[in-house]
Design a protein around this ligand. Structure first.
Ligand code: ADP
Length: 451
């Protein structure tokens, strides 16, 4: 209320001043009434003029960006300016807070692993996060306000948007056909839509791999089973001589062994996939493990090959001994099975310059054509199916080796050329290998190698 009294007094002062001036002028000019009116008018005019000046300064401040303080007047105009400024500042702070909150909210959606896209009532893009921009190959700035169907033309997506039934996600290839997208549309607000996209390329690939795997396993098991049941029928129906009976039993034995090997390898794979990575704190004596693998290979070769071992007695490898033995055993098993009699096989431990180490199994066998090499570690991939099966192969050996080496932080490096033999290297990183610090007792390796 103070400003009201001050304002009233100021106006009164100016008018009284005008009247007083008019009165004095009336004394001088002997026209008292006229001078009083004139003085009062001048007073009122002066008061209005002062108000106009104050109002104009406040208006100028309001028209500007209000970066500085409002004009600091006294009385009414000062109070008005101060209150306006305070209201504006409070509103600015609230707006800034809202802006920050919105920014945080959008950043959170931006960080989502899924694509998020907002469409207005006519299907134009309101906003999209970086993942959605990547999925649909959009430019979030340039494509704003553009209709989504003008930019994403996949027929399945367009039809899904137009159909207006959004219970199920729609699956379609991404813009360049390199990815597979699963898109879920959720209506919200007044005809607006939230489009959630997910790249399911990898998921589809693993699903397809799983389907292939089941089909392959079924096929691999069905073949020896069919042979076995055929032989059983023969034994039951036909009167066979002792020689024939023995031959049939031997063939049945072979098929049963093949199934056993297959089931054994499948169990090993399942075990590798289902168990946690071997810790990097359990140190395996490499020399003993290599010697065990070498002895197994010698037994399998039965003197048909020269098998050399160049180990390293002071080397230790952090991980699981049964798994490592299985990996070395599988490589040697292959070398023995694919290298013709009289060939040479070498099992070697080698330190690498980067501080890591490698185990190499090389042979003087038939070698492998370049185009097969990248696929050798795929499950059931064989270069020569009948040769693999005839020698008791399951098609899973190298897949097991790859799993084992990856679980130990390493990788498999295969080099081969037809007629030049093959070399399989298991390369382990430096943190998994060390020279034995003190003479530790060597433990007997536990057998997990293929039979
Ligand atoms: P398999 O049980 O058939 O041997 P693997 O996964 O161990 O299955 O090997 C995959 C394929 O790689 C084999 O079928 C074979 O064609 C090829 N291969 C593996 N090791 C050798 C080798 N030492 N020499 C030649 N070919 C090999």
């Amino acid at each position: 209320m103070g400003w009201l009294i001050a304002r009233f007094l100021a106006a009164l002062l100016v008018v009284v001043g005008g009247v007083l001036g008019g009165y004095l002028l009336g004394q001088l000019t002997h026209m008292p009434a006229g001078s009083l009116v004139l003085g009062a008018l001048v007073g009122v005019f002066g008061a209005v003029l002062l108000d106009l000046r104050h109002g104009q300064r406040l208006m100028e401040w309001l028209r500007g960006a209000q970066e500085h303080e409002a004009p600091r007047e006294t009385g009414f105009w000062g109070e008005l300016g101060y209150r306006m400024e305070r209201t504006l500042r409070v509103r600015d702070a609230a707006l800034e807070q809202e802006r920050l909150r919105l920014q945080q909210f959008l950043s959170a959606i931006d960080a989502s692993p899924n694509g998020v896209l907002m469409l207005d009532a006519v299907g134009a893009i309101e906003w999209c996060n970086v993942v959605a921009a990547a999925h649909f190959e959009l430019d979030p700035r340039r494509d704003r306000r553009q209709r989504i169907t003008n930019l994403v033309r996949a027929p399945a997506f367009v039809a899904h948007l137009q159909a207006g039934r959004y219970d199920e996600p729609v699956i379609f290839p991404g813009p360049q056909g390199r990815t597979l997208l699963s898109v879920l549309v959720r209506p919200y607000g007044d005809g607006m839509k939230l489009v959630l996209s997910q790249d399911i390329t990898e998921r589809e690939r693993t699903d397809a791999m799983r389907r292939d795997f089941v089909a392959n396993v079924s096929h691999e098991i069905r073949t020896p089973l069919t042979v076995l049941s055929g032989f059983l029928e023969t034994l039951a129906m036909l009167p066979l001589s002792e020689v024939e009976r023995q031959r049939v039993l031997t063939l049945m034995q072979q098929q049963a062994t093949r199934m056993q090997a297959l089931v054994g390898d499948l169990l090993t794979l399942a075990q590798l996939e289902g168990s946690p990575r071997p810790g990097a704190d359990r140190w395996v004596a490499v020399g003993a493990t290599l010697r065990q693998a070498h002895a197994d290979a010698m037994a399998l070769s039965a003197g048909r090959h020269v098998i050399e071992l160049a180990g390293s007695d002071e080397a230790e490898l952090a991980g699981s001994e049964p798994e490592l033995l299985s990996a070395f055993g599988n490589l040697l098993n292959n070398a023995v099975r694919y290298t013709p009699a009289g060939g040479r096989i070498r099992l070697q431990w080698r330190w690498r310059e980067d501080g890591g180490a490698e185990v190499e199994v090389s042979d003087s066998g038939p070698g492998i054509a370049r185009e097969h090499i990248p696929r050798l570690t795929e499950r059931f991939y064989r270069v020569d199916g009948s040769r693999s099966r005839d020698t008791g192969g399951t098609g899973l050996g190298l897949s097991i080796v790859k799993h084992v080496v990856q679980r130990h932080g390493g990788e498999i490096d295969i080099r081969s050329e037809p007629g030049q033999g093959s070399s399989f290297r298991l390369v382990f990183p430096s943190y998994r290998v060390r020279r034995r610090p003190v003479a530790a007792p060597e433990t007997e390796p536990v057998a997990l190698a293929r039979q």
